[in-house]
Every structure is written in structure tokens, then in C-alpha cells.
Design a protein around this ligand. Structure first.
Ligand code: C5P
Length: 421
């Protein structure tokens, strides 16, 4: 049966991306019915949405012809999922307060279907106490909230608040639609959203688990313009975070400086240095599973210079004293709050399995995922890994990083709740 999404578009500059979202959903065979708020019509036209959805586009609650043909209560329930994208700070505030002063907010109050909100706003509006309070309320009410992306904003500022890429939103919608329904929604007068959200989680293999992941490099400053870093794109760690979220886990992703969009359903904490990464990891504990994928710089400068270092004309390089960074994996492995399953990565260029074996004991990890980076695994799209555990070594063929992530998360789920084979 065709799955149906009721897409509520509120007015922000990111509203234009909703057209691409509709296109991607239609491509996946999902029917979309669109509702525009008054201010959204400043950014996208009902005509372009109507063409893309091949359906009537709704906007005005007091349009009597519309109300006679399909009442707003019916409209709010004739979908499998209600999506608010982009969700402005304003509509989130109305939702949190139960205000229904136009068609979009009335539908949101009247619906008995699960609701996904995809916020997009200026970074300061996102971090404002009022917005964060509203988000906390909405989460408690069972509304699913996608984390916005970090980056340059239309208003010229930089930070968190960008609408996630339409591809990521479409993937999250597809994931939510694939989860089993709680009950026959049409027969049930009101479904408590919180129960629904809990039931959605429960369907995942990692439901109720907290998975902590590090990814990307760290940057250790030498002076304001230079830094020490390892090569790492963050692709593999981000793919693992996405797979863990798809399996229903609560995922904290501590990311070094990378250019990767935040996967759907993942709480992302951005850091620069190893010490910041260590602090963010400790702040995120306890966790059931920790997967340390980050290529952490082993050393940092003893003192980062406040000013840019200059050549002094003597021909001698500037002195650089290095000190060792904390080993995040080993600290977790030997710490009081050690996760039940602790997984490290090992990027090696030679004697891969042998080095990984040694690392297992030294770091106090359960598994070491060793990958040969003498090829183009770093930054590339494929990865060939060997999983080293106390029981032995498992070698996987070279696979796309997304598939490596999916299989690894399946193995994690199996390890947490072994089933009789
Ligand atoms: O010792 P090596 O850097 O090869 O170990 C790699 C593993 O240890 C990876 O899982 C990496 O994320 C983790 N690591 C860490 N903190 C460090 C160095 C490595 O968590 N300072």
C-alpha cells in the first residue's frame, strides 16, 4: 500500500529545499500532501508544490470549499506520518504550547499520527533557551526531532541550525514509515504520541541502548593558523552512527572537524582537539556500546602559540615541543564507567592483525577493527576490515563504508543479545 506523508512547510529560507524533499519522497514511491503556512508561501509557491505532489496544496483553514471537501481533522489523519520541514522556531513554539491558529498548527494538534519535526533556523535562535525548552517539551510529547546541520547560514552567520540535506530527511522519513504501526490508527481515536515513539524505538535491534561513537580527526593547534592532524574524512564513523540510529539506538556522535552531514536521529557534539574529544566522551557516559573510530592525534604541542609563528631568518625551524594526548579508548577501557561493549579501530599500514591483537589488550577493548590504510581507505568510499577479538580474527571483503557500518552494527546487536544459532 502506498505510504502517505503530510508535509507541513513553515516559512523560512530553507523552505525551498522542501521541493527537493518532495521529489525524493515521490521517487521512493511515497505520496505527499503539502500544507503551507502563510509565511511559507513567501518562499515556495503552491503551484510548484502542486505539480511535484500531484495533489491539492492546502493553506487556508478558512477556505470553506476545502473544509467542505476534506475537513481539517480528516486531513490530519489521512497520512502515515506528519512531517514539519522546515520547522521554524515559531512553529515549534506553537506546537510546544498547543497553539492552533492556522491550518498547519491545527492539523498538528488534531493529528493522531506520529510527527517528525525538522528544524531550521538561525544559530542563535536554535541555541536560545526558549527554543531549547520547546524542543525538550516536544521530545517529551513524543515528537521526533531531527538535529539540524552545522555550517554557513543564509543570514551570513555560521553554526547549528541548517536544515539537514533533503536526502537525509527522506531517509529518516523512510525509516519511520518502515517501522511497524502500533495499532490500526484509523480506528483509534487518539494515539498517545509518546507511546508511539517508544514503540517505534522498540522495533529496533538496539532500542533502549546508548551508543557512543567518535569520528574524524582531531586538530591540535600549533599557532592560530597551523595544526597537527591525522588524515580522516569521518565517513566510516558517520556511517556507523547512522546505522546505529537506524537500529533504534540513542546515538551520541563526538566528531572532530569534518565535512559530513549529521546522520538522521544522531546527537552530534563537535570538537576540535583530543582533549575536547576526551571531555565530550566522558560527558556522554554512561553508554552501552562505545565505538572509537576517530583518528585522534597522538601528540599536541606543549604550548600553542598565541600569534602566528614567523621564520626568524636564522634558517632554523621554530622549536616544537610535543606532549602526548590522552588515549580516549584506553581511558574508557580501563575506567570505572567502561561500556559493556568497547570497540576500537586501528588504522595500520603493515602487520595489521598482529598490531591489532596487541592493541586489544593495551586498550582494554573487546574488539579492534583493523583496516589497512596503505590503499585509499582514508577518505575513500570502501573499506576492507578485520575484526580482532579474544576469540579470533574475522576478515571481511572490501565493502562500501555504509555496508561495513550496517554489518558492524548487526554484529554489535548480536553481541549484546546473543540468540541461539
Ligand atoms: O593507538 P592507535 O591510535 O592506533 O589506536 C587506535 C584506536 O584508539 C582508535 O579506536 C582510536 O579512536 C583510539 N584512540 C583514542 N585516543 C587516542 C588515540 C587513539 O581513542 N589518543
Amino acid at each position: 500500500m502506498t505510504q502517505r506523508v503530510l508535509l507541513i512547510i513553515s516559512g523560512g529560507i530553507a523552505a525551498y529545499k522542501s521541493l527537493e524533499l518532495v521529489r525524493l519522497l515521490r521517487k521512493r514511491g511515497i505520496a505527499v500532501r503539502a500544507v503551507l503556512t502563510q509565511s511559507a508561501t513567501q518562499f515556495v509557491t503552491p503551484l510548484s508544490l502542486g505539480v511535484l505532489t500531484e495533489d491539492h496544496v492546502y493553506g487556508d483553514m478558512f477556505d470553506l470549499k476545502e473544509e467542505r471537501e476534506i475537513g481539517h481533522i480528516q486531513l490530519s489523519r489521512q497520512a502515515d506520518l506528519v512531517v514539519v520541514a522546515p520547522a521554524t522556531a515559531n512553529i515549534l513554539a506553537k506546537m510546544a504550547g498547543g497553539i492552533a491558529d492556522d491550518l498547519a498548527t491545527t492539523l498538528l494538534l488534531a493529528t493522531d499520527k506520529p510527527v517528525l519535526a525538522v528544524p531550521a533556523m538561525n544559530v542563535r535562535m536554535w541555541h536560545h533557551a526558549a527554543t531549547q525548552r520547546n524542543l525538550a517539551q516536544l521530545r517529551a510529547d513524543g515528537i521526533r526531532i531531527m538535529e539540524p546541520d552545522d555550517g554557513a547560514m543564509a543570514c551570513g552567520e555560521f553554526g547549528k541550525g541548517r536544515l539537514p540535506e533533503p536526502e537525509a530527511i527522506a531517509a529518516e522519513i523512510e525509516r519511520l514509515l518502515a517501522l511497524p504501526k502500533v495499532a490500526d490508527p484509523l480506528e483509534q481515536f487518539v494515539i498517545n504520541h509518546r507511546d508511539f515513539a517508544t514503540a517505534l524505538e522498540a522495533s529496533g535491534a538496539l532500542a533502549g541502548k546508548h551508543v557512543l561513537i567518535t569520528a574524524g580527526p582531531t586538530h591540535e593547534p600549533i599557532d592560530p593558523v597551523r595544526y597537527i592532524a591525522n588524515r580522516s574524512s569521518g565517513k566510516q564513523g558517520f556511517a556507523i552512527a547512522a546505522a546505529a540510529a537506524r537500529a533504534g539506538a540513542r546515538v551520541t556522535l563526538v566528531a572532530g572537524p569534518v565535512n559530513q552531514p549529521t546522520p538522521a536521529g544522531v546527537d552530534r557534539v563537535d570538537v576540535q582537539t583530543a582533549r575536547e574529544m576526551m571531555a565530550a566522551v566522558e560527558a556522554a557516559l554512561p553508554a552501552d556500546v562505545a565505538i572509537m573510530v576517530a583518528a585522534v592525534a597522538d601528540w599536541r604541542t606543549a604550548d600553542a602559540a598565541d600569534q602566528k609563528l614567523k621564520k626568524d631568518g636564522s634558517g632554523r625551524p621554530a622549536p616544537l615541543t610535543l606532549v602526548e594526548n590522552p588515549d580516549i579508548l584506553a581511558t574508557l577501557g580501563h575506567g570505572a564507567q567502561r561500556p559493556a561493549l568497547l570497540i576500537g579501530f586501528a588504522a595500520e599500514t603493515q602487520k595489521i592483525a598482529e598490531h591489532a591483537q596487541a592493541k586489544l589488550a593495551r586498550k582494554g577493548a573487546d574488539w579492534i577493527v583493523a583496516n589497512d590504510v596503505s590503499g585509499n581507505a582514508m577518505g575513500g568510499d570502501d573499506n576492507a576490515i578485520q575484526i580482532v577479538t579474544a576469540q579470533g580474527i574475522e576478515s571481511w571483503p572490501s565493502l562500501p563504508k555504509g555496508e561495513v557500518a550496517q554489518k558492524l552494527i548487526e554484529k554489535v546487536a548480536h553481541a549484546l543479545s546473543p540468540v541461539a544459532d
